[in-house]
Design a protein around this ligand. Structure first.
Ligand SMILES: [Fe+2]
Ligand SMILES: [Fe+2]
Length: 267
């Protein structure tokens, strides 16, 4: 019988987005039906497989996005988000496979399998929307540095949770409402509706991060807030960018005492 870590590695090794999504859907369904119930111990690859396109570039070599709401800019925004969501699928499965050897309860895996499944939905919605706009995922260069957050924290579950759900996904909550407003202002309510789905789900992803960060900190008997500060300073290394979406963060159970002291002073 297949194990959850084997299924996770199967997703990570799929290069094509459609295949990554199909394998995610299948694995999540089997897990929910308990047709996969063993966690197993198949280690994840160092880097997930990716399609030949988009071409990956360093952040500094990425074309600057203009703030106007024209069709080209909307396509560029949706493309960048589709890329983030494809990374997010891999991040969820990597978390599952990478830290499976630790003694973690079934609820931990329930949460992250659901996250992976939702990230697959998000990428799929955005890829479909791009096609409706006569574009496709892969048409533009994309940020090649997104995996660094994962590779830098592969040794420590608490560090991974601090950086991925509790810095990067929480940041998504801060910026998405403005994106939705801009899309609505450009009369692109179809794209705005997709971002609303993503926004709703991402609150759950941050909540999963907060929940398991607290759980793991308690298990190690370390103070959660101070530990978060230490880990973010060490592994994220940049100040957090206000303004924060305090309401959404609070809805995710992520208290301001965690992130406010790490806010950039000068923005
Ligand atoms: Fe997502
Ligand atoms: Fe997410």
């Amino acid at each position: 019988m297949q194990t959850l870590t084997a299924a996770a590695v199967g997703v990570l090794e799929a290069a094509e987005p459609a295949e990554k999504i199909a394998r995610t859907r299948a694995a999540a369904a089997l897990w929910r039906q308990r047709e996969i119930s063993e966690i197993g111990a198949v280690p994840p690859p160092e880097r997930p497989s990716r399609p030949q396109r988009p071409v990956l570039k360093a952040a500094r070599d990425m074309p600057k996005r203009r703030a106007r709401g024209g069709k080209e800019n909307r396509i560029a925004l949706l493309h960048a988000l589709a890329h983030i969501e494809l990374n997010a699928i891999d991040l969820a499965w990597d978390l599952i496979a990478r830290f499976a050897s630790e003694t973690l309860p079934r609820a931990f895996f329930d949460n992250w399998v659901e996250v992976a499944d939702e990230e697959a939905t998000h990428h799929g919605l955005l890829a479909t929307r791009l096609r409706e706009l006569d574009a496709a995922y892969g048409d533009f260069p994309a940020h090649g540095g997104l995996w660094e957050a994962a590779s830098g924290t592969s040794e420590d579950l608490l560090a991974r949770l601090a950086v991925v759900p509790l810095v990067l996904e929480a940041r998504g909550l801060d910026v998405t409402p403005t994106m939705i407003e801009r899309l609505e202002a450009a009369d692109d309510s179809d794209s705005a509706a997709i971002l609303r789905v993503i926004y709703r789900d991402e609150i759950k992803h941050v909540a999963a991060g907060a929940r398991w960060f607290a759980w793991e900190a308690a298990r190690r008997e370390v103070p959660p807030i101070e530990t978060y500060h230490r880990l973010v300073r060490r592994y994220f290394r940049a100040a957090l960018k206000p303004p924060f979406n305090d309401d959404a963060r609070e809805a995710a159970g992520f208290a301001a005492a965690f992130y406010l002291p790490l806010a950039a002073m000068d923005s």
